[in-house]
Ligand binder design. Structure first.
Ligand SMILES: [Ca+2]
Ligand SMILES: [Ca+2]
Ligand SMILES: [Ca+2]
Ligand SMILES: [Ca+2]
Length: 484
């Protein structure tokens, strides 16, 4: 995430993983940034440890970090945690904050919220997922990250998505405090946004939001637009100012997604670039890129970018400016017209340098795919690209595969045998939780074998050290919430 113990009770060092070409015979001799494809079989299975909650988070003074929930200067991790379902009750996941420390995330220091405690209205008019604060940002600029939750609302003109804010504080948002409805500019208030992302779109160090208003789904607008809501927001949910940019109509599509660069976690503010992705029916679609201008603020017009459903911001050439990587995520459909895909889309990605300059295209082939994550595992300031494709996470620098990131689930959970390659693993993001300048990667896992008890949310987590075989911490969240 743009985005991380004292007694690290569940610290797991050499217990997990393997990395291609790693040095030591025990698999722990390298951080995995070497070339090579040699793989050893049988990496260790993760331990199945639920860390005991040992202390409340230390109240912070306000750091302004977008992921620093208690404002103590250390980024924290927000997650959904299962409520075990022994009988006929429960099942709605709760929201947990795992707090950071000078040594990284500490799962013994955590806070839980039920959806009732956050008070966000039921999202059933627009869907059946429980409300979850998918975005955190310090909207009122008091130094504490706030929760932004999208939910649904019925209106006479149809159902729409609305946003609520739970204001942060020295120990996170207060339980039971009523959330504030975000007030949108008049043209958008009636329809709501298709999606909302956080960023700093004028580079002033104050957090902003950007909303996508797609012509496809906007009830009253006939042109797609991106709406910038600049912070600080008032406690009544009004942005300091807003800016609306009409987007050019893409051929054969509307806009399907919006993504912003990471807010600089600390130190020098920077403008965050913005990417608007065209909608698609499963085929790879193109988009437009609003780069950050050197003087601050977003470029006046978006630049068209190639087809590809994978995308992420990072500094991939190491020149100090942020770039956009766009490429194949491996998804396809078999509808008529799919044969019209340009020959160079499959198996490739391109880097659009933020400072201008020629686009560089790379062709890793079958390794490209899945979600894209920018990772700087060695702290040299240059990001590598982690693909979470069919064969599991693989790390690339340009055309060169430099590492694989493999973690195996526990062999047994609640007495049930778990097959090594089973279940669903996911790369969430990479961030420097412990402040050493190198990124950690956040991975999770869940199994259909456990879903009757724990539902569909992850039950096991790894915070890796870079892309090497070691973990900063690995733990299970399956009993964070008391069973109901
Ligand atoms: Ca914190
Ligand atoms: Ca705040
Ligand atoms: Ca700003
Ligand atoms: Ca680090």
């Amino acid at each position: 995430m743009t985005p991380r113990t004292a007694a690290r009770a569940v610290s797991v060092l050499a217990a997990l993983a393997l990395v291609a070409g790693c040095g030591g015979a025990d698999g722990s001799g390298s951080d995995g940034s070497r070339d090579g494809r040699g793989e050893r079989s049988g990496p260790s299975r993760a331990p199945d440890v639920v860390p005991t909650e040992s202390r409340a988070p230390a109240p912070g003074r306000g750091s302004g970090g977008p992921d620093d929930i208690n404002g103590d200067g250390h980024p924290d991790l927000l997650m959904q945690v299962p409520v075990a379902w022994p009988a006929s009750r429960g099942g709605v996941p709760q929201i947990a904050v795992v707090f950071g420390s000078p040594r990284g995330l500490d799962p013994t220091t955590r806070t839980l919220y039920t959806t009732e405690e956050l008070g966000v209205p039921d999202p059933s008019p627009v869907g059946n997922t429980p409300p979850y604060p998918g975005t955190t940002a310090d909207l009122d600029d008091d130094g504490f990250a706030d929760f932004v939750t999208r939910t649904g609302e019925e209106t006479s003109g149809g159902n729409r998505v609305v946003e609520y804010v739970n204001w942060g504080g020295p120990q996170g948002p207060r339980r039971g405090a009523a959330p504030t409805r975000l007030r949108l500019p008049a043209p958008d208030a009636a329809t709501g946004f298709d999606d909302v992302v956080r960023g700093d779109f004028d580079g002033d160090g104050r957090h902003d939001l950007a909303g996508l208003q797609s012509a496809d789904t906007g009830l009253r607008s006939d042109k797609s637009a991106v709406v910038l809501l600049f912070g600080p927001f008032s406690r009544t949910g009004v942005a300091a100012r807003t800016e609306r940019r009409i987007l050019p109509q893409p051929p054969y599509a509307s806009y399907g997604g919006i993504r912003a660069d990471d807010i600089a976690p600390s130190g020098k503010p920077r403008t965050t670039g913005l990417f608007l992705h065209y909608g698609n029916d499963g085929e790879q679609s193109a988009g437009r890129y609003f780069a950050a201008r050197p003087g601050g603020g977003l470029a006046a017009t978006g630049r068209p970018v190639r087809e590809g459903n994978g995308h992420v911001f990072g500094d991939f050439d190491g020149d100090g400016t942020r770039d956009l990587a766009v490429g194949d995520d491996g998804g396809r459909n078999d509808e008529p017209g799919s044969e019209a895909e340009a020959a160079d889309v499959s198996g490739s990605y391109a880097v659009y340098p933020g400072g201008g300059g020629p686009v560089r295209t790379y062709r890793p082939g079958a390794d490209v795919g899945g979600s894209y994550t920018a990772v700087d595992p060695d702290g040299d300031g240059r990001d590598a690209l982690l693909f979470d494709g069919r064969e599991g996470p693989v790390l690339y620098e340009g055309d060169r595969r430099v590492a694989r990131l493999v973690r195996r689930p526990p062999a047994r959970v609640d007495g049930k045998r778990i097959a090594a390659g089973s279940g669903a693993r996911r790369v969430h993001f990479a961030a420097d939780f412990d402040g050493d300048g190198k990124d950690e990667v956040v991975l999770s896992w869940q199994s259909p074998k456990l879903s009757a008890v724990y539902g569909e949310v992850p039950t096991h987590w790894w915070i890796t050290r870079g892309v090497g075989p070691r973990d900063a911490v690995a733990f299970s969240s399956r009993k964070f919430a008391p069973p109901r």
